[in-house]
Ligand binder design. Structure first.
Ligand SMILES: [Zn+2]
Length: 154
């Protein structure tokens, strides 16, 4: 599989379950909306585009509301707490290299269409668990999805 992130997330969202190893090549080259999202991460914030017409927010960020077909120009900051909608073990890291097995989660947020795939940890972690984004120290953030170190069960 070498689909870009957007398609992969969409398909995860649709299936709700994962099989086998998941390739994670996070490349948010989604233009302005992706850029604002990544700059937000660098500042320790999860910023999502919010449609001024219907109020829907999207992750991964998108420039146009798929409900209204209108351009989205405003962003809101999410609370860093979401919910695990799917879980998987992977032996492949975000760069596609083999690594020790880690747990990945598809994390969804209240009021947001879509979600984020990321590391998740915590005793008793399961589908439905509440998790909180743990950011790297500010000096180590680079404006990538990995500015979030992991999601930790609350
Ligand atoms: Zn809309």
């Amino acid at each position: 599989m070498s689909m870009p992130m957007k398609e992969r997330i969409t398909s995860v969202d649709r299936q709700r379950t994962w099989e086998g190893e998941i390739p994670f090549h996070y490349e948010y080259t989604a233009g302005v909306s992706g850029e604002r999202f990544l700059r937000g991460l660098q500042r320790g914030k999860i910023l999502v585009p919010k449609c001024g017409n219907c109020g829907r927010s999207y992750l991964p960020p998108r420039a146009y509301c798929t409900n209204c077909f209108l351009e989205i120009t405003s962003y809101v900051e999410l609370k860093p707490t979401g919910r695990v909608s799917a879980l998987a073990e992977s032996h492949v890291d975000f760069q596609g290299r083999r690594s020790k097995p880690r747990t990945f989660a598809f994390v969804t947020f209240a009021g947001v269409t879509g979600g984020l795939v990321h590391f998740a940890e915590g005793k008793g972690l399961r589908i439905g668990s509440s998790v909180r984004a743990k950011f790297k120290p500010a000096a180590k953030r680079k404006g990538t999805l990995l500015d979030i170190e992991t999601f930790v069960k609350t």
